[in-house]
Ligand binder design. Structure first.
Ligand SMILES: *Cc1c(COP(=O)(O)O)cnc(C)c1O
Length: 433
């Protein structure tokens, strides 16, 4: 049986799909953090590349991918689509399970899909240096790769606890020429304030975002965000477009699309083009978004305007939120430990298009181990949430003797997360629910 469905280099998508063209009503605008009035796009360009801000509010259905970005994408794209035949056999299920493998990128996750265009637009617009934050280090290493490829400087504020626990992600950022600081740091006012209160603060994504924004604002650098925003989800739509072509080669169409959501970018990138395509074909597809019970943003959070960061510097976004002061327990899926959600994903959850589900990390790792032992590929702890949900669906198919085609957004590999797998195998992973 065929296990791998590949596109050739010429079949790389040449444009991104913008769901804002197809929403019933426009998204609510971001608000100014001080006045709470709608923020003009011009105000956002103080922080972000102008082209990214234009894409943030664009209602064009398709946006061309610059040729230089396409060429960089071709280093790892189109990524493979796999049929999980060995997993299907292990589960003894009539379901057909496919996974779109974003672990094939140079840094091992989907994040390079937006890091490259963001660095490119900044380069073209004359930016000399970018600042950003990183939690587990996936975003920091992706942006460091992109900045290295395009020749701009990068300063990364890495959540202190991850900085200490993930020395190889830190080394990777430095290898690509990025400058890295443990957050909270002595470098910014925000960092110094936090350290004065609590010298032993382990840091959080919200704190690191505040520091990266302050650093950009006070030094004339620009800031770059790896998830949540509309333009980030836009850049990720290469995933869903490729998947549709690959499923066609496989001669199937997904009944269910499953992904994990931290800020919503990899899942958005996979499901938005499929949502559009399914509508055009008059097909019904179920979209399942998974998250940890330890950080239950879309299953338990409320929908309202909230800040993206701890120090209340970012624009306010209308989204699912657990509150910007929420500090999630230190689960291993660092990329899913965020209090907020992409406004696009929030809208689709509210409209009943996306079905949210939350899982405990012990159940998630248990299935991730089965996946690794059958398919061979080790899922990142974030990705493992999607894998677990898909396996639960496949087991349900087995019970009902029903064939469904399940497509997993496989956001990244877990090669830098082996300490989490060691903890699981040693029986040391704790339930948080
Ligand atoms: C960052 C990350 C996530 C979560 O971010 P999204 O924006 O929701 O995609 C998921 N999986 C991996 C491998 C990541 O690096």
């Amino acid at each position: 049986m065929q296990r791998m469905f590949n596109l050739n280099q010429q079949e790389l998508p040449t444009r991104w799909y913008n769901v804002q063209a197809d929403l019933d009503r426009p998204l609510d605008p971001p608000l100014d953090p001080r006045t709470r009035e709608p923020l003009s796009p011009e105000a956002l360009t103080a922080l972000f590349a102008k082209t990214c801000v234009e894409q943030e509010v664009s209602t064009d259905r398709f946006i061309d991918i610059p040729l230089a970005v396409q060429e960089t994408y071709r280093l790892w794209r189109p990524t493979p689509l796999y049929r999980a035949t060995h997993l299907e056999r292990a589960l003894d299920t009539p379901a057909h399970i496919y996974y779109k493998y974003e672990g094939a990128s140079p840094t091992g996750s989907h994040k390079t899909n937006t890091a490259v265009p963001q660095a490119y637009y900044n380069k073209v617009e004359g930016t000399k240096r970018l600042t950003t934050e990183t939690g587990a280090g996936q975003w920091g290493s992706a942006l460091a790769f992109a900045c290295q490829a395009l020749g701009i400087d990068l300063t990364v504020f890495m959540v202190k606890i991850s900085y200490q626990q993930k020395p190889y992600r830190k080394a990777m950022i430095e290898l690509y020429g990025g400058k890295i600081l443990a957050s909270p740091s002595e470098r910014t006012n925000t960092g110094r304030e936090i350290l004065k209160e609590n010298p032993d603060s382990p840091g959080s994504l919200g704190m690191a975002i505040s520091e990266a924004i302050e650093e950009a604002m006070t030094t004339g650098a620009k800031y770059s965000l790896g998830s949540v925003l509309n333009h980030v989800l836009l850049h990720q739509t290469v995933i869903g477009q490729e998947s549709l072509s690959q499923m066609e080669i496989a001669g199937e169409y997904p009944d269910v699309v499953v992904g994990c959501v931290g800020g919503g970018s990899n899942f958005g990138g996979l499901m938005l083009p499929i949502l559009y395509d399914a509508k055009n074909r008059g097909r019904k597809v179920k979209f399942v978004a998974t998250e940890p019970t330890a950080c239950p943003t879309i299953t338990k959070g409320e929908v309202r305007y909230d800040f993206g960061d701890e120090a209340e510097m970012t624009p306010l976004l209308r989204m699912h939120t657990l509150g910007h002061k929420f500090v999630p327990p230190p689960i291993h899926a660092g990329g899913l430990r965020y209090h907020g959600m992409a406004p696009i994903i929030t809208r689709l959850v509210e409209d009943g298009v996306i079905e949210p589900r939350a899982y405990d990390q012990v159940d998630v790792f248990s299935d991730a181990v089965i996946f690794a032992r059958t398919e061979g590929i080790i899922p990142a702890p974030e990705t493992a949430h999607a894998v677990h949900a898909a396996m639960e669906l496949a087991r349900e198919c087995a019970r009902k003797d029903e064939k469904q085609v399940i497509l997993i957004g496989f956001s990244g590999h877990g090669h830098f997360d082996m300490s989490a797998y060691s903890a699981y195998l040693a029986g040391q992973l704790v339930r948080t629910s």
